[in-house]
Design a protein around this ligand. Sequence first.
Ligand SMILES: [Zn+2]
Length: 224
Amino acid sequence: MLSKLLSLILIFSSLGMDAVCRYENQLSLGGNLFLVNRDYRISADYVPNDLVMPQVKRTSDSVLLRPEAADALERLFQAAKEEAGYSLVAVSGFRSYQTQSLIFNRRLKSVGRQKTMLFVALPGASEHQLGLAMDVARQKNTSLNASFGSSPEGIWLAENCYRFGFILRYQEQWTEITGYAYEPWHIRYVGEEHALRIQELDIPLEEYISALRTTIDLFSTENE
Ligand SMILES: [Zn+2]
């Protein structure tokens, strides 16, 4: 992992200060690289003001994303259909703090704290509140479980979502870093240039952002 981080810092450094400053803006709330996990929570009242409904197959009428991510999702689903003949379905996009709270408490009652903590985000700790995450299923079976990851649709999604700016956020080997169990159905929009690097280096978003922050620090120290 360390050598991957070093090579990423070298890549960022080679892009120059302007590019890195542009990326720095994307780290703040509203940006494509804003980090949300158990340690970094969003405030209860954050709701993106530009949510739209992607024009894709979906399981309900309230599947919402921010416009850039919605547009990318449409192209992703279209490519799945055209290139591989797979029908993907959007299951869950934006979720408010309040909705996440309901889901968390319901699960807490039914399966207990330990399991709930691994599988369900605490309110404020879900990327879904950003309007940049989508749970994807196949049309043949819209339930969200680990078997999606070994289905042809799930494999195609893992191999191709980066081309449209999405990353597979919760991989099995990253549980300790991301804080969440394997979720082959959950994709997060970060934009194409970041998704490409994350895919090539095969690292979690936490590591990508940490390398970016290190590079920003290096640039700012140089200029002091
Ligand atoms: Zn999800």
